[in-house]
Ligand binder design. Structure first.
Ligand SMILES: C[C@@](CO)(OP(=O)(O)O)[C@H](O)COP(=O)(O)OP(=O)(O)OC[C@H]1O[C@@H](n2ccc(N)nc2=O)[C@H](O)[C@@H]1O
Ligand SMILES: Nc1ncnc2c1ncn2[C@@H]1O[C@H](COP(=O)(O)OP(=O)(O)O)[C@@H](O)[C@H]1O
Length: 288
C-alpha cells in the first residue's frame, strides 16, 4: 500500500495532501487570501534522492521535470535557498520520482520543496530548526511550511498558522480530471467568494464545511463538474485546494478500490490512506 519507491537510492518521501475543506475568509493588503483549511497528509506521493558532494557547490536535477527548467523547479530553488541561508558550500544532484499530477491542488511542488529542505538540512548538516525551515519554506510557497511540519493540521492565515488535527483513519480516492488550474487564476477571480465566517476548530465537521473555490472551478472547467458528479454517486466528494483534483472519502480501503476500478479511464486516480504524520517525518527519524 505504501507507494514510495525503494530502488538502490536512498529515497525521501514527498507526500501529497488534501484540503478536506477550504474556506476563504478575506484578503490581506498584499493580495494573499486569509483562509481556513484542514490539510490531510496522505501516505502516497513523489520521492526524492540526493547525491551529495562536499567539494562542489553545484545544485541540479538528475531528472529534470518536463516543462520546468531547473531554475524554476521548487526543488532546486529550495536547495539553493538553504545553501545561501546557511552559507553551505556543499552541492547536490537530485533525482525525482514524480507521481503526483502537477498543479492538481494536492501540493506536489510544495511537498517537493519541503522534502528538499528537510533532507538537505540533515544531509548537509546545516543545523536549522524545524521553525527555521518552515519560515524559509514560506518564501517558496504558502503550503511549504505545512509539509515541513508534516502533520495533518488545521491551517489559518495564508496557510502558515498550523494547529495539529489528528483525524480518524480514512481512505481517499483521488482523481485528476486532466485539466490544469492555476492557483493564481482562482485567487484573482472576481467570482471567488471571500467572506466565509471563521469557524472554531473544535466545531469542524466535514459535512458542515466546503471548498470556496469549487463552484468557480467547476463552472470554468466542465470536466471537474463531471468528475464530481460521477464520484458523489458513491461517496462524499469534494475538490482539493484550488483544483483540479477531487477526492471521495471512504472508511474502507477495498470499497475505495472497487469504485476506482469502475472509474472511466480518462481520469487518472489513486487510492491513499490519510495519515496524521507525514512519511517524511518517519524517514527523518530513521536517519537520526
Ligand atoms: C490555497 C492552496 C490550498 O492548499 O491551494 P493549492 O495550491 O493547494 O491548490 C494553497 O495554500 C496555495 O499555496 P501555494 O500553491 O503554495 O501558493 P503560492 O505559490 O504561495 O501562491 C500562488 C498564488 O496564489 C495566491 N494565494 C495563495 C495563497 C493564499 N493564501 N492566498 C493567495 O491569494 C497568490 O496570488 C499567489 O500568487
Ligand atoms: N518540483 C515541482 N513539482 C511540481 N510542480 C513544480 C515543481 N517545481 C515547480 N513547479 C511548478 O509549480 C506548479 C504547481 O505545482 P503543484 O505544487 O504540483 O500544484 P498545486 O500547488 O496545485 O498542488 C506546477 O504547475 C509547476 O509549474
Amino acid at each position: 500500500m505504501n507507494s514510495f519507491v525503494s530502488k538502490q537510492k536512498d529515497w525521501w518521501p514527498s507526500p501529497a495532501k488534501l484540503n478536506l475543506f477550504l474556506h476563504i475568509l478575506g484578503r490581506y493588503d498584499n493580495g494573499y487570501h486569509q483562509l481556513q483549511s484542514l490539510f490531510q497528509m496522505l501516505d502516497y506521493g513523489d520521492a526524492l534522492a540526493f547525491d551529495i558532494s562536499t567539494d562542489d557547490t553545484t545544485i541540479r536535477m538528475e531528472t529534470p521535470l518536463d516543462g520546468v527548467p531547473d531554475d524554476d523547479n521548487l526543488i532546486v530553488k529550495a536547495a539553493r535557498l538553504l545553501a545561501t541561508k546557511t552559507k553551505c558550500n556543499k552541492g547536490a544532484v537530485i533525482s525525482l520520482d514524480k507521481r503526483l499530477p502537477m498543479g492538481g491542488g494536492i501540493g506536489g511542488g510544495s511537498s517537493n520543496a519541503a522534502t528538499t529542505l528537510v533532507a538537505l538540512n540533515h544531509l548537509w548538516n546545516t543545523g536549522l530548526s524545524e521553525d527555521e525551515l518552515a519560515e524559509l519554506g514560506l518564501s517558496l510557497g504558502a503550503d511549504v511550511p505545512i509539509f515541513v511540519r508534516g502533520l495533518t493540521a488545521f491551517a489559518g492565515g495564508v496557510g502558515e498558522e498550523i494547529t495539529p488535527a489528528p483525524q480518524q483513519e480514512q481512505y481517499f480516492l483521488v482523481a485528476n480530471p486532466n485539466v490544469h488550474v492555476s492557483t493564481a487564476e482562482v485567487f484573482t477571480s472576481p467570482d471567488l467568494p471571500r467572506n466565509t465566517p471563521a469557524i472554531r476548530w473544535e466545531d469542524y465537521k466535514f459535512e458542515k464545511t466546503w471548498n470556496d473555490c469549487q463552484q468557480l472551478v467547476a463552472n470554468r472547467y466542465p470536466e471537474v463538474a463531471k468528475l464530481l458528479q460521477w464520484l458523489v454517486h458513491y461517496a462524499p466528494s469534494r475538490m482539493t485546494g484550488t483544483g483540479a483534483c477531487v477526492f471521495a472519502t471512504f472508511s474502507d480501503y477495498t470499497l475505495a478500490e472497487q469504485v476506482r476500478a469502475q472509474m472511466p479511464e480518462a481520469w487518472q486516480s489513486f487510492v491513499a490512506k490519510g495519515v496524521n504524520r507525514s512519511p517524511l517525518l518517519d524517514k527523518l527519524e530513521q536517519q537520526r
